[in-house]
Design a protein around this ligand. Structure first.
Ligand SMILES: [Zn+2]
Length: 199
C-alpha cells in the first residue's frame, strides 16, 4: 500500500510506489487535476484550488499505467535520437553521395524520368526537392535511411519532374512505382528527426 501524505506545503516532491518522485504544484489556472510527463522523465501534477493532496496522489496512482506508457515512449525517443547521432557520426559524405546519385540514376532509367542537375547536400528541413527547371536537390542523410525509404524519396522527386503537385495523379504514379507509398511516406516522416542533427 503506498503511503499517502496528507499535508505538506506545495510544491512538494513525493516518492510514490512504482512511480518514483512526483512533483505536486498548486495551480491557479488548473480546472482539474492534471498530470504531465516532462521530456526529462519528470512527473508533475497540477492541483486546482479545491483539490487536496490526498486526492492528487490517488489520482496519480490511478494513472500509473498511462504514466508508465509515457515513460516508455520517452525512452524510445531518446534511444532513437542517440542511435541517429551515432549513425551520423559514421556517415561518409563521399560514399553517401555516390550511393544516392547511383540509385537516383538507376530509378530514373528504370521508370523513364529525366532530370537536369543533381545537388546532394545537408539540408536541415527536407529530404529532397525538385525545382521548376527539374533540378533535383537531395539530402545527404538519405543514405542513412533504409533502402526502401530512400527509394521512396528519390521516386517522389523524380515524379515531380513531370507532376509538380501532390495531387491524385502524383499519388497514383507514386503508388504504381512504390506499392506501399503512403505507409512508407509516414515512415520517412518518422525519421525526420535526423534532418536537424548536425553532420
Ligand atoms: Zn513533393
Amino acid at each position: 500500500m503506498p503511503i499517502i501524505k496528507k499535508s505538506v506545503p506545495l510544491p512538494a516532491v513525493i516518492d510514490l510506489d512504482n512511480i518514483g518522485p512526483v512533483t505536486f504544484v498548486a495551480s491557479a489556472r488548473a480546472q482539474r487535476l492534471n498530470i504531465s510527463v516532462k521530456a526529462d522523465g519528470g512527473i508533475r501534477v497540477a492541483l486546482p484550488k479545491r483539490a487536496t493532496l490526498v486526492e492528487a496522489q490517488s489520482f496519480v496512482l490511478s494513472k500509473q499505467l498511462w504514466i508508465q506508457k509515457q515513460l516508455v515512449r520517452l525512452q524510445k525517443v531518446k534511444q532513437k535520437a542517440a542511435q541517429s547521432a551515432e549513425e551520423i557520426k559514421k556517415l561518409d559524405i563521399d560514399k553517401a553521395s555516390a550511393k544516392i546519385s547511383a540509385r537516383l540514376q538507376e530509378l530514373a532509367r528504370e521508370h523513364n524520368f529525366s532530370f537536369n542537375r543533381l545537388t546532394i547536400r545537408n539540408q536541415k528541413t527536407r529530404w529532397g526537392s525538385c525545382s521548376a527547371k527539374n533540378n533535383l536537390s537531395l539530402n545527404i542523410k538519405l543514405a542513412l535511411l533504409p533502402a526502401e525509404l530512400m527509394d521512396l524519396v528519390l521516386v517522389h522527386e523524380l515524379i515531380h519532374t513531370k507532376i509538380k503537385n501532390h495531387g491524385t495523379r502524383f499519388w497514383q504514379k507514386l503508388e504504381e512505382i512504390c506499392p506501399r507509398a503512403r505507409e512508407l511516406d509516414r515512415h520517412v516522416n518518422s525519421h525526420s528527426g535526423l534532418l536537424h542533427l548536425p553532420l
